[in-house]
Design a protein around this ligand. Structure first.
Ligand SMILES: [Zn+2]
Length: 437
């Protein structure tokens, strides 16, 4: 099953996607559950609630976290269940694969009824991993949801349950990194509920998890979380599951709800684009993958690293080089014809490079953002960087502006004319944030 199909399936189940932003859908789903439980009174006289009715009722009591009241029991060798709740995405409980031996299971029992679960998991390659989420019904275990589309899943249970089971259904060992359980009500905003969109407004191409914050600072909180532009993050060189989960935490914290694209190139520094393309098995292959992402997500604006690679990293330089090539090619049906056939062609209106000196734009990441309670883009970015625990421990730190000014970009390519100097990366794009296809 593709990610897209899975995403669509999830939208149907939860109602996520009806609102412009996922968090609205999130509340809507909660309201719908409350309605089904007879608690919210969304429809009068027993009339069926129309689709829109679930969206307008956004308030509800906050869900209480029940994780501390849950007990865990697996059929594997490891009994250190603290790794599931320690907040460290790098530690995990292994569950056996679906092979010749008995399938790996984790039983979760809770004194209070659980209505929703957040599960972070991956396989040994750091990829999504399939599992079934089951609840006990009499003597039977009934599958109520599945994992495997994203590394972090939110599962709304159709009915509150005190006994829940995770059944590993993939071919590799399932590494369960984190589990949080919640009672009825509105789940917290930090519970990641990803969606997948075909159309974005902004494509942010970064080399590694953490670059999306270090060099772009307030971009996601300001344009995504606050102004409502749909931002698609794509990362060239994901490493293992830990770095990916750290990225998800950071991106979600900035109010971006669309699941990043992990392009899967090896995390090695080639120093310059020529060597980096060799490490990544050829320029055509690398540019082709970026063309795919552009055609698939159809961004109005694209933004990536500087030509100098900030502190000179080959992967960063190659992001800029590949983005330039890919923007040129994505609009032409004769270039990378297989992907043109699959996705159609797409013309990106603006391409910005970090620190590009011509046509420069200074972004105001000190603007107070209503969606974040008045915090600034810089402040939200600094918080988001803390999700990159492995990099924080390696003494990387986020700085306001920094040596390589993370508020300074240059317009490398435009089909809509030059910027006027108002400091808006979406100037001349037209339309409202998130509007249109
Ligand atoms: Zn990097």
């Amino acid at each position: 099953m593709t990610r897209k199909e899975n995403g669509a399936e999830r939208e149907k189940k939860t109602g996520v996607g009806k609102g412009k932003r996922n968090r609205k859908g999130f509340r809507a789903a909660t309201a719908l559950i409350l309605f089904l439980l007879g608690g919210a009174g969304l429809a009068e006289d027993g009339a069926e609630a129309p689709d829109d009715a679930v969206v307008i009722t956004e308030t509800g009591p906050a869900a209480r976290e029940l994780t501390g009241e849950c007990r865990f029991q697996s059929n594997g060798n490891s009994r250190d269940y603290s790794v599931l709740t320690d907040g460290e995405v790098g530690t995990y409980l292994p569950l056996r694969e679906n092979g010749k031996k008995k399938q790996g299971t984790l039983l979760i029992t809770c004194g209070e009824p659980v209505c929703g679960l957040e599960i972070k998991a991956f396989d040994k390659y750091g990829r999504d991993h399939d599992y079934d989420l089951q609840v006990r019904s009499g003597d039977e275990w009934v599958t109520v949801d599945r994992g495997g589309t994203y590394l972090t899943h939110w599962h709304s249970l159709p009915e509150p349950a005190k006994e829940i089971r995770i059944l590993s259904t993939g071919r590799e060992r399932l590494r369960l990194a984190e589990i949080r359980a919640f009672g009825p009500g509105e789940p917290p905003e930090d519970a990641e509920r990803w969606d997948t969109l075909d159309k974005c407004d902004i494509l942010l191409l970064s080399a590694h998890p953490d670059d999306e914050i270090l060099w772009f600072a307030g971009l996601m909180p300001t344009y995504g979380g606050d102004r409502g532009y749909r931002i698609q993050v794509a990362v060239m060189a994901p490493t293992g599951g830990q770095r990916k989960l750290e990225l998800l935490g950071a991106v979600w914290h900035c109010g971006v709800t669309h699941y990043p694209e992990f392009l899967g190139f090896i995390d090695k520094n080639g120093q310059n684009p020529e060597k980096q393309y060799q490490l990544w098995k050829g320029k055509r292959r690398v540019v082709g993958r970026v063309v795919d992402v552009i055609r698939k997500h159809r961004p109005e604006m694209m933004i990536t690293h500087g030509l100098g690679g900030e502190y000179g990293h080959g992967a960063h330089k190659t992001c800029a080089d590949a983005a330039i090539q890919a923007v040129k090619s994505a609009g032409k049906s004769g270039e990378y014809p297989a992907s043109a056939e699959k996705y159609g062609v797409w013309e990106v209106k603006k391409l910005y490079l970090h620190e590009y000196e011509a046509n420069s734009v200074r972004c105001d990441w000190d603007e107070k953002l209503a969606a974040f309670g008045g915090k600034t883009g810089f402040e939200v970015a600094a918080e988001a960087f803390q999700f990159h625990g492995s990099q924080v421990r390696r003494n990387w730190a986020f700085e306001r502006h920094g040596i390589h000014d993370n508020a300074l970009f240059g317009l490398y390519h435009t089909t809509v004319g030059p910027d006027s100097g108002i400091g808006d990366l979406m100037e001349h794009i037209g339309g409202n944030p998130g509007a249109g296809n």
